[in-house]
Write a protein that binds this ligand. Structure first.
Ligand SMILES: Cc1ncc(COP(=O)(O)O)c(C=O)c1O
Length: 381
Protein backbone atom coordinates (compact mmCIF):
# COMPACT_ATOMS: atom_id res chain seq x y z
CA UNK A 1 0.00 0.00 0.00
CA UNK A 2 1.32 3.47 -0.83
CA UNK A 3 1.59 6.11 1.87
CA UNK A 4 -0.83 8.38 0.00
CA UNK A 5 -3.41 5.57 0.20
CA UNK A 6 -3.11 5.16 3.97
CA UNK A 7 -5.26 4.54 5.87
CA UNK A 8 -7.98 4.07 3.22
CA UNK A 9 -9.77 0.72 3.28
CA UNK A 10 -7.59 -0.40 6.15
CA UNK A 11 -9.78 1.44 8.66
CA UNK A 12 -12.59 -1.04 8.08
CA UNK A 13 -10.30 -3.74 9.49
CA UNK A 14 -10.32 -2.07 12.94
CA UNK A 15 -13.82 -1.88 14.52
CA UNK A 16 -12.49 0.14 17.48
CA UNK A 17 -11.96 3.10 15.14
CA UNK A 18 -15.69 3.31 14.55
CA UNK A 19 -16.32 3.89 18.27
CA UNK A 20 -13.93 6.75 19.06
CA UNK A 21 -10.94 8.80 17.91
CA UNK A 22 -8.24 6.34 18.89
CA UNK A 23 -4.79 7.90 19.39
CA UNK A 24 -3.59 5.42 22.00
CA UNK A 25 -1.66 2.78 20.05
CA UNK A 26 1.49 3.21 22.14
CA UNK A 27 -0.51 1.94 25.09
CA UNK A 28 -2.82 -0.65 23.51
CA UNK A 29 -3.13 -1.01 19.76
CA UNK A 30 -6.49 -1.54 18.04
CA UNK A 31 -7.21 -5.20 17.27
CA UNK A 32 -8.20 -6.10 13.71
CA UNK A 33 -11.58 -7.74 13.14
CA UNK A 34 -9.93 -10.96 11.92
CA UNK A 35 -9.37 -11.62 15.65
CA UNK A 36 -13.03 -12.58 15.94
CA UNK A 37 -12.44 -15.52 13.57
CA UNK A 38 -9.38 -16.57 15.59
CA UNK A 39 -11.46 -16.63 18.79
CA UNK A 40 -14.15 -18.72 17.09
CA UNK A 41 -11.48 -21.10 15.80
CA UNK A 42 -10.01 -21.37 19.28
CA UNK A 43 -13.39 -22.36 20.71
CA UNK A 44 -13.82 -24.96 17.95
CA UNK A 45 -10.45 -26.37 18.93
CA UNK A 46 -11.29 -26.43 22.63
CA UNK A 47 -14.69 -28.02 22.32
CA UNK A 48 -13.22 -30.93 20.35
CA UNK A 49 -9.93 -31.01 22.27
CA UNK A 50 -7.19 -33.50 21.38
CA UNK A 51 -3.65 -33.37 22.75
CA UNK A 52 -2.06 -33.16 19.30
CA UNK A 53 -3.38 -29.58 19.10
CA UNK A 54 -0.15 -28.64 20.84
CA UNK A 55 1.85 -29.60 17.70
CA UNK A 56 -0.25 -27.16 15.70
CA UNK A 57 -0.10 -24.44 18.35
CA UNK A 58 3.65 -24.69 18.80
CA UNK A 59 4.22 -24.43 15.07
CA UNK A 60 1.83 -21.47 14.88
CA UNK A 61 3.75 -19.82 17.72
CA UNK A 62 7.02 -20.50 15.91
CA UNK A 63 5.56 -18.94 12.75
CA UNK A 64 4.64 -15.80 14.72
CA UNK A 65 8.12 -15.62 16.26
CA UNK A 66 9.67 -15.96 12.81
CA UNK A 67 7.28 -13.31 11.47
CA UNK A 68 8.50 -10.89 14.15
CA UNK A 69 12.09 -11.87 13.34
CA UNK A 70 11.48 -11.02 9.69
CA UNK A 71 10.03 -7.60 10.65
CA UNK A 72 13.17 -6.69 12.62
CA UNK A 73 15.70 -8.03 10.13
CA UNK A 74 16.55 -11.12 12.19
CA UNK A 75 16.86 -14.72 10.95
CA UNK A 76 14.24 -17.39 11.65
CA UNK A 77 14.91 -19.20 14.92
CA UNK A 78 16.35 -16.16 16.72
CA UNK A 79 13.16 -14.95 18.45
CA UNK A 80 11.50 -16.52 21.52
CA UNK A 81 7.99 -15.80 22.81
CA UNK A 82 6.57 -15.37 26.29
CA UNK A 83 3.62 -13.55 27.82
CA UNK A 84 5.40 -10.30 28.69
CA UNK A 85 8.66 -8.44 28.46
CA UNK A 86 9.30 -8.84 32.18
CA UNK A 87 9.47 -12.62 31.78
CA UNK A 88 11.95 -12.28 28.91
CA UNK A 89 14.17 -9.83 30.77
CA UNK A 90 14.18 -11.92 33.96
CA UNK A 91 15.10 -15.00 31.94
CA UNK A 92 17.84 -13.13 30.12
CA UNK A 93 19.17 -11.77 33.43
CA UNK A 94 19.27 -15.33 34.76
CA UNK A 95 21.75 -16.24 31.99
CA UNK A 96 24.31 -13.72 33.25
CA UNK A 97 27.09 -14.18 35.77
CA UNK A 98 27.39 -11.28 38.21
CA UNK A 99 30.17 -12.75 40.31
CA UNK A 100 33.11 -11.15 38.52
CA UNK A 101 34.51 -7.64 38.14
CA UNK A 102 32.24 -7.15 35.15
CA UNK A 103 28.88 -7.07 36.88
CA UNK A 104 27.38 -3.69 36.12
CA UNK A 105 24.09 -3.22 34.30
CA UNK A 106 23.73 0.25 32.80
CA UNK A 107 20.22 1.63 32.28
CA UNK A 108 18.73 5.15 32.10
CA UNK A 109 16.06 6.86 34.17
CA UNK A 110 13.67 6.69 31.19
CA UNK A 111 13.13 2.92 31.31
CA UNK A 112 9.69 1.40 31.77
CA UNK A 113 9.36 0.59 35.54
CA UNK A 114 9.69 -3.16 34.98
CA UNK A 115 13.33 -2.76 33.86
CA UNK A 116 14.86 -1.17 37.00
CA UNK A 117 12.63 -3.34 39.19
CA UNK A 118 14.04 -6.54 37.69
CA UNK A 119 17.64 -5.33 37.89
CA UNK A 120 17.17 -4.31 41.53
CA UNK A 121 15.96 -7.87 42.12
CA UNK A 122 19.11 -9.25 40.53
CA UNK A 123 21.24 -7.13 42.87
CA UNK A 124 20.90 -10.05 45.32
CA UNK A 125 22.88 -12.15 42.81
CA UNK A 126 25.56 -9.48 42.49
CA UNK A 127 24.23 -7.24 39.71
CA UNK A 128 25.29 -3.62 40.20
CA UNK A 129 22.85 -1.14 38.72
CA UNK A 130 24.01 2.12 37.14
CA UNK A 131 21.22 4.56 36.24
CA UNK A 132 22.17 7.32 33.81
CA UNK A 133 20.04 10.48 34.25
CA UNK A 134 18.16 11.86 31.23
CA UNK A 135 18.09 15.45 30.02
CA UNK A 136 14.81 17.13 28.93
CA UNK A 137 12.98 13.83 28.42
CA UNK A 138 15.78 12.34 26.32
CA UNK A 139 18.65 9.99 27.01
CA UNK A 140 21.89 11.92 27.38
CA UNK A 141 23.80 9.74 24.92
CA UNK A 142 27.22 11.13 25.83
CA UNK A 143 26.56 10.48 29.54
CA UNK A 144 25.34 6.98 28.69
CA UNK A 145 28.51 6.27 26.69
CA UNK A 146 30.62 7.62 29.55
CA UNK A 147 28.90 5.24 32.00
CA UNK A 148 29.93 2.17 29.98
CA UNK A 149 33.32 0.71 30.86
CA UNK A 150 35.13 -2.54 31.59
CA UNK A 151 32.90 -3.14 34.62
CA UNK A 152 29.81 -3.16 32.38
CA UNK A 153 28.29 -6.57 31.74
CA UNK A 154 25.13 -5.36 30.01
CA UNK A 155 23.69 -2.09 28.71
CA UNK A 156 19.89 -2.40 28.98
CA UNK A 157 18.15 0.60 27.46
CA UNK A 158 14.81 1.41 25.87
CA UNK A 159 14.85 2.15 22.15
CA UNK A 160 11.83 4.45 22.58
CA UNK A 161 11.04 6.08 25.93
CA UNK A 162 7.51 5.20 27.09
CA UNK A 163 6.75 8.63 28.62
CA UNK A 164 8.16 10.97 25.97
CA UNK A 165 8.52 8.87 22.81
CA UNK A 166 12.17 9.93 22.48
CA UNK A 167 14.21 7.43 20.44
CA UNK A 168 17.77 6.55 21.35
CA UNK A 169 20.67 6.31 18.89
CA UNK A 170 20.98 2.58 19.54
CA UNK A 171 23.70 1.94 16.97
CA UNK A 172 25.91 4.47 18.75
CA UNK A 173 25.28 2.93 22.17
CA UNK A 174 25.74 -0.62 20.82
CA UNK A 175 29.12 0.45 19.45
CA UNK A 176 30.14 1.87 22.84
CA UNK A 177 28.93 -1.27 24.64
CA UNK A 178 30.82 -3.61 22.34
CA UNK A 179 33.96 -1.47 22.44
CA UNK A 180 33.93 -1.91 26.23
CA UNK A 181 33.37 -5.68 25.90
CA UNK A 182 29.77 -5.44 27.16
CA UNK A 183 26.50 -6.79 25.76
CA UNK A 184 23.53 -4.63 24.83
CA UNK A 185 19.81 -5.39 25.26
CA UNK A 186 17.06 -3.03 24.21
CA UNK A 187 13.41 -2.68 25.20
CA UNK A 188 11.83 -1.81 21.86
CA UNK A 189 8.22 -2.11 23.01
CA UNK A 190 7.59 1.52 22.07
CA UNK A 191 9.11 1.31 18.60
CA UNK A 192 8.51 -2.14 17.03
CA UNK A 193 5.54 -1.78 14.70
CA UNK A 194 5.84 1.98 14.14
CA UNK A 195 9.61 2.56 13.59
CA UNK A 196 11.55 0.36 11.13
CA UNK A 197 14.08 -1.74 13.03
CA UNK A 198 16.98 -3.74 11.68
CA UNK A 199 18.79 -5.61 14.43
CA UNK A 200 21.81 -6.15 12.19
CA UNK A 201 22.20 -2.46 11.40
CA UNK A 202 21.70 -1.54 15.06
CA UNK A 203 24.08 -4.33 16.05
CA UNK A 204 22.22 -5.10 19.28
CA UNK A 205 22.63 -8.43 21.07
CA UNK A 206 19.08 -8.66 22.43
CA UNK A 207 15.87 -6.88 21.51
CA UNK A 208 12.59 -7.23 23.38
CA UNK A 209 9.12 -6.03 22.54
CA UNK A 210 5.52 -7.08 22.55
CA UNK A 211 2.38 -7.38 20.49
CA UNK A 212 -0.32 -5.38 22.23
CA UNK A 213 0.82 -1.87 21.31
CA UNK A 214 1.99 -0.86 17.83
CA UNK A 215 1.72 -4.43 16.53
CA UNK A 216 -2.05 -4.53 17.09
CA UNK A 217 -1.96 -7.84 18.94
CA UNK A 218 -2.69 -9.26 22.37
CA UNK A 219 -0.52 -9.95 25.40
CA UNK A 220 2.41 -11.73 23.79
CA UNK A 221 6.03 -10.57 24.00
CA UNK A 222 9.21 -11.50 22.19
CA UNK A 223 12.95 -11.62 22.66
CA UNK A 224 15.45 -11.53 19.79
CA UNK A 225 18.90 -12.92 20.47
CA UNK A 226 21.97 -12.52 18.28
CA UNK A 227 22.31 -16.03 16.82
CA UNK A 228 26.02 -16.29 17.69
CA UNK A 229 25.17 -15.80 21.38
CA UNK A 230 22.53 -18.54 21.54
CA UNK A 231 24.89 -21.33 22.68
CA UNK A 232 26.05 -19.13 25.59
CA UNK A 233 22.53 -18.58 26.96
CA UNK A 234 21.77 -21.06 29.73
CA UNK A 235 18.89 -19.54 31.72
CA UNK A 236 18.18 -20.48 35.32
CA UNK A 237 14.69 -19.02 34.93
CA UNK A 238 13.50 -21.72 32.55
CA UNK A 239 11.01 -24.52 31.93
CA UNK A 240 10.49 -27.75 30.08
CA UNK A 241 9.77 -26.13 26.71
CA UNK A 242 13.32 -24.77 26.64
CA UNK A 243 14.62 -28.31 26.41
CA UNK A 244 16.07 -29.83 23.28
CA UNK A 245 13.12 -32.22 22.77
CA UNK A 246 10.31 -31.16 25.10
CA UNK A 247 7.58 -33.25 23.52
CA UNK A 248 9.57 -36.41 24.30
CA UNK A 249 8.61 -35.82 27.97
CA UNK A 250 11.90 -37.20 29.22
CA UNK A 251 14.07 -35.47 31.84
CA UNK A 252 15.51 -32.37 30.19
CA UNK A 253 19.26 -32.68 29.74
CA UNK A 254 20.07 -29.74 27.48
CA UNK A 255 18.62 -26.56 26.05
CA UNK A 256 17.13 -26.32 22.55
CA UNK A 257 19.78 -25.14 20.08
CA UNK A 258 17.73 -22.20 18.79
CA UNK A 259 15.71 -19.39 20.41
CA UNK A 260 13.34 -21.95 21.96
CA UNK A 261 15.98 -22.35 24.67
CA UNK A 262 14.57 -19.11 26.09
CA UNK A 263 11.04 -20.43 26.48
CA UNK A 264 9.61 -21.38 29.88
CA UNK A 265 6.74 -23.69 30.79
CA UNK A 266 3.34 -24.09 29.12
CA UNK A 267 2.76 -20.91 27.10
CA UNK A 268 -0.47 -19.01 26.28
CA UNK A 269 -0.95 -19.80 22.56
CA UNK A 270 -4.24 -17.90 22.34
CA UNK A 271 -2.48 -14.58 22.87
CA UNK A 272 -0.09 -15.36 20.04
CA UNK A 273 -2.88 -16.53 17.73
CA UNK A 274 -4.77 -13.30 18.45
CA UNK A 275 -1.66 -11.30 17.63
CA UNK A 276 -1.10 -12.78 14.20
CA UNK A 277 -3.66 -10.72 12.19
CA UNK A 278 -2.20 -7.44 13.49
CA UNK A 279 1.34 -8.44 12.55
CA UNK A 280 0.21 -9.55 9.10
CA UNK A 281 -1.58 -6.24 8.46
CA UNK A 282 1.49 -4.18 9.41
CA UNK A 283 3.76 -6.34 7.27
CA UNK A 284 1.25 -6.19 4.41
CA UNK A 285 1.33 -2.37 4.45
CA UNK A 286 5.09 -2.33 5.00
CA UNK A 287 6.84 -0.83 8.01
CA UNK A 288 8.39 2.01 5.98
CA UNK A 289 4.94 3.14 4.77
CA UNK A 290 3.68 2.88 8.36
CA UNK A 291 6.52 5.11 9.52
CA UNK A 292 6.04 7.69 6.78
CA UNK A 293 2.35 7.99 7.61
CA UNK A 294 3.13 8.16 11.34
CA UNK A 295 5.61 11.00 10.83
CA UNK A 296 3.04 12.94 8.82
CA UNK A 297 0.51 12.62 11.64
CA UNK A 298 2.93 13.35 14.48
CA UNK A 299 4.31 16.38 12.55
CA UNK A 300 0.74 17.64 12.35
CA UNK A 301 0.14 17.06 16.05
CA UNK A 302 3.28 19.00 16.94
CA UNK A 303 2.44 21.86 14.57
CA UNK A 304 -1.02 22.16 16.14
CA UNK A 305 0.49 22.04 19.65
CA UNK A 306 3.02 24.74 18.73
CA UNK A 307 0.29 26.96 17.28
CA UNK A 308 -1.63 26.58 20.54
CA UNK A 309 1.45 27.39 22.62
CA UNK A 310 1.58 23.93 24.26
CA UNK A 311 4.94 22.51 25.29
CA UNK A 312 5.94 19.47 23.22
CA UNK A 313 8.27 17.24 25.24
CA UNK A 314 9.01 14.77 22.43
CA UNK A 315 12.14 15.64 20.40
CA UNK A 316 11.52 17.29 17.00
CA UNK A 317 14.00 15.47 14.79
CA UNK A 318 12.30 12.49 13.11
CA UNK A 319 15.18 10.12 13.92
CA UNK A 320 14.89 11.06 17.60
CA UNK A 321 11.24 10.17 18.04
CA UNK A 322 8.83 7.26 17.59
CA UNK A 323 5.06 7.39 17.13
CA UNK A 324 4.16 9.36 20.26
CA UNK A 325 3.80 13.07 20.84
CA UNK A 326 4.03 13.96 24.54
CA UNK A 327 2.74 17.36 25.66
CA UNK A 328 2.98 19.13 28.97
CA UNK A 329 0.84 22.02 30.21
CA UNK A 330 -0.98 22.98 33.40
CA UNK A 331 -4.02 20.74 33.87
CA UNK A 332 -2.82 18.10 31.38
CA UNK A 333 -4.02 15.25 33.65
CA UNK A 334 -7.56 16.61 33.77
CA UNK A 335 -7.53 17.41 30.05
CA UNK A 336 -6.55 13.80 29.31
CA UNK A 337 -9.48 12.56 31.41
CA UNK A 338 -11.90 14.91 29.68
CA UNK A 339 -10.67 13.93 26.24
CA UNK A 340 -11.12 10.25 27.01
CA UNK A 341 -14.63 10.95 28.35
CA UNK A 342 -15.41 12.64 25.02
CA UNK A 343 -14.11 9.69 23.00
CA UNK A 344 -10.68 11.13 22.12
CA UNK A 345 -8.57 8.30 23.45
CA UNK A 346 -5.07 9.20 24.63
CA UNK A 347 -3.10 8.51 27.81
CA UNK A 348 -1.10 10.26 30.53
CA UNK A 349 2.28 9.08 31.84
CA UNK A 350 3.82 12.22 33.29
CA UNK A 351 2.75 13.95 30.06
CA UNK A 352 -0.29 13.82 27.82
CA UNK A 353 0.59 11.27 25.13
CA UNK A 354 -1.09 11.13 21.72
CA UNK A 355 -0.11 8.21 19.54
CA UNK A 356 -1.57 7.97 16.03
CA UNK A 357 -0.96 4.82 13.97
CA UNK A 358 -1.22 3.80 10.33
CA UNK A 359 -5.01 3.51 10.63
CA UNK A 360 -5.51 7.12 11.79
CA UNK A 361 -6.27 10.09 9.56
CA UNK A 362 -5.10 13.74 9.53
CA UNK A 363 -8.75 14.70 10.16
CA UNK A 364 -8.70 12.68 13.38
CA UNK A 365 -5.54 14.46 14.47
CA UNK A 366 -7.22 17.82 13.81
CA UNK A 367 -10.39 16.82 15.66
CA UNK A 368 -8.27 15.59 18.57
CA UNK A 369 -6.28 18.83 18.76
CA UNK A 370 -9.46 20.95 18.46
CA UNK A 371 -10.93 19.06 21.42
CA UNK A 372 -7.67 19.27 23.39
CA UNK A 373 -7.44 23.04 22.95
CA UNK A 374 -11.10 23.44 23.90
CA UNK A 375 -10.56 21.41 27.07
CA UNK A 376 -7.37 23.25 27.90
CA UNK A 377 -9.32 26.51 27.82
CA UNK A 378 -12.12 25.00 29.89
CA UNK A 379 -11.84 26.90 33.21
CA UNK A 380 -12.80 23.83 35.25
CA UNK A 381 -9.96 21.79 33.68
C1 LIG B 1 8.77 0.54 27.04
C2 LIG B 1 7.90 -0.54 27.65
N1 LIG B 1 8.48 -1.67 28.10
C3 LIG B 1 7.74 -2.66 28.64
C4 LIG B 1 6.37 -2.54 28.75
C5 LIG B 1 5.55 -3.66 29.33
O1 LIG B 1 6.30 -4.65 29.97
P1 LIG B 1 5.62 -6.06 30.29
O2 LIG B 1 5.37 -6.74 28.98
O3 LIG B 1 6.57 -6.78 31.13
O4 LIG B 1 4.33 -5.79 30.98
C6 LIG B 1 5.74 -1.35 28.31
C7 LIG B 1 4.29 -1.10 28.38
O5 LIG B 1 3.43 -1.76 28.84
C8 LIG B 1 6.54 -0.34 27.74
O6 LIG B 1 5.98 0.80 27.29
Amino acid sequence: MTVAALPGALRAEYPLLQTCTYLNSNSTGALPRAVEGVLAQYWNTMRAWRDDTWDTWLSQMQAYADGVADLIGAPAGSVALDTNLSAHLSRLASCLDFSGERRRVVITDLEFPTVPFIWKGFARYGAELVVVPSKDGRVDEAALEAAIDKRTLLVCVAHGAFATGAVLDLARIAKAAHAAGALIATDAYQTVGTVPIDVRALDVDFLMGGAHKWLGGSEAAFLYMRPGLLPTLRPAVTGWLAGASPLGFQQTTDYAPDARRMMGGTPAPLMVLLSRPGLDLIKGVGIHAVREHSLKLTDRLMARADAAGLRVVTPREPHQRGGVVAMSFPGDVQVTQRLVARGFICSHRGFLRAAPHFYNTPEEVDAFMDALIEEQHNPSA
